[in-house]
Design a binder for this molecule. Structure first.
Ligand SMILES: [Zn+2]
Length: 325
């Protein structure tokens, strides 16, 4: 069931009607302008539910602005339908523009960025076109169709957005996605953290981006973190999770080096299980156990270690073998 949390007298967070992990929150900021932070998908919450919520809050059914935290399907694809109905302005990081184009190509099944991820995880998909169509069909059924839209403003690090009682500073936090931003309100000490923690580096991003983005956030003066999924979090409790993640990322890298030292050259596949034992428990549950993508994930760490010159990789009989340098 959707739930509306009242954060301040004019700020509300709506958790989705479907699963909170596959659908994102939509935040309502009622001020001089009516602003949404993240748009959900075209059917969750969708224009009809949004109109109902605005009615229940006693404000005119209007949206002036949509701010998008990042270009993952559950956060931004609803913006197009809302644009058609309410004609708001839409602001997002400048890299989001590229993602919007990619998503609209998804109908051609070509440049959809998740294929790389799906194919690595379930190699059978590469061979079977039918499965590809099936995934695409199911995907559109749950997230709705997606049409391209234009950004009215392309945001970058340090931009400020004045919305009356809320003045947001844009913090560019790539890592979960290449275009992730957090919105920070320094006077109210509220941080819209998007899908930073407990979510993880994802497709087309790197561990080192994720690490430096976490470091940008942990020094901010924050009281409340509003995540892209689930309940808002008191920063005092949320910040240690960020610190924990930083530490866990170092542990994962140390484990890789230790395995390579003890057992010699290895494939990512063979290393995966021992590297993530008790590391990033939430991450492990979501990504390793449910989505079986530990190999995809360990490659991110290996990529960073290789960049730092600590390990090297070699293609031997079609298999990528990693060893200490
Ligand atoms: Zn996300």
């Amino acid at each position: 069931m959707p739930k509306l949390y009242k954060i301040t007298k004019n700020l509300f967070t709506l958790t989705p009607s479907s699963n909170i992990y596959s659908s994102a929150n939509v935040n309502f900021l009622i001020d001089k302008k009516i602003t949404l932070i993240d748009a959900g998908t075209s059917n969750d919450p969708g224009p009809r539910n949004i109109r109902k919520i605005l009615n229940s809050l006693g404000v005119p059914p209007r949206i002036d602005l949509i701010l998008i935290t990042h270009s993952h399907v559950d956060h931004f694809t609803g913006a197009k339908k809302l644009k058609k109905v309410f004609n708001p302005q839409i602001f997002a990081h400048y890299l989001t523009e590229q993602a919007i184009k990619q998503y609209s190509d998804f109908r051609n099944l070509g440049s959809f960025e998740y294929w790389e991820f799906i194919e690595k995880t379930f190699p059978i998909v590469r061979k079977t076109h039918f499965i590809k169509y099936l995934i695409s069909f199911m995907y559109r059924r749950s997230f709705g169709n997606f049409e391209e839209f234009q950004l009215d403003k392309k945001l970058k690090e340090g931009d400020e957005i004045n919305l009356g009682s809320f003045n947001f500073r844009i913090i560019f936090t790539p890592g979960h996605s290449p275009d992730s931003i957090c919105l920070y309100e320094p006077n109210k000490k509220i941080l819209f953290s998007g899908d930073m923690i407990p979510y993880t580096p994802y497709i087309h991003t790197s561990i080192s981006d994720f690490r430096s983005s976490i470091k940008k956030l942990i020094n901010l003066d924050v009281k409340l973190a509003i995540r892209g999924h689930g309940k808002p979090q008191i920063w005092q409790e949320e910040k240690p999770r960020y610190m924990h993640f930083l530490k866990d990322m170092d542990i994962a890298k140390l484990r890789i080096l230790k395995i390579l030292k003890l057992k010699g050259p290895q494939t990512a596949h063979r290393m995966a299980n021992s590297v993530f034992q008790r590391t990033h428990l939430i991450h492990k549950t979501i990504y390793t156990n449910l989505m079986r993508v530990s190999v995809f994930w360990i490659l991110k760490y290996l990529e960073e270690l290789e960049e730092q010159g600590k390990i090297k990789s070699q293609l031997i009989k079609n298999r990528l073998i990693f060893s200490l340098k």
